[in-house]
Design a protein around this ligand. Sequence first.
Ligand code: V0V
Ligand code: CO
Length: 145
Amino acid sequence: MFMRIDHIGIACHDLEAKIALFSDTFELTVVAREVNEEQGVREAMLHIADGEGGSSYIQLLEPLSPDTPVGKFLAKRGEGVHHVAFGVPDVAEAMERLAGKGVRLLDERPRHGSMGSEIAFAHPKDVGGMLTELVQAAGAPANVK
Ligand code: V0V
Ligand code: CO
């Protein structure tokens, strides 16, 4: 079902500082920046590679306030890996398949994600402690009508 890794999300306190660190260290380029009010984040996508089905990125996430998923994560665990996002051709279908395996979804329907994607999250407690995101990229098959 999961065709590729779309991105790894990294929680941080200071987005600009971490953009500088990651782009210098790994020689990556920032390809998008966005504020997502619904998810409570200010984020940047750093491009890693292009592959079959889509590209892969590091996503740097700064919370808009302490009372958000990333804000709470930082308070509890500090900076570091926050989620793993799988690129899927059809997010609604992937949600159904995960739910069918007894994995709790945190979203009832797909939400707006970075760069025109559609996203949904699955509960970390049902997948070995890994917060899982499903991403249907803007150019994914289900979006190409
Ligand atoms: C919390 N837990 C995690 C976790 N966050 N475990 C692994 N990875 C994480 N990131 C654990 C936490 O330690 C608790 O375990 C348990 O889950 C419940 O956590 P909590 O602190 O009591 O509850 P909340 O209120 O912090 O909620 C946690 C969840 C929440 C995962 C339900 O963060 C959520 O709904 N996340 C989905 C949305 C999201 O993360 N958006 C930001 C990225 P113990 O201590 O009880 O054992 S936005 C994004 O990626 C975008 C826009 C994009 O890609 O385009
Ligand atoms: Co993400």
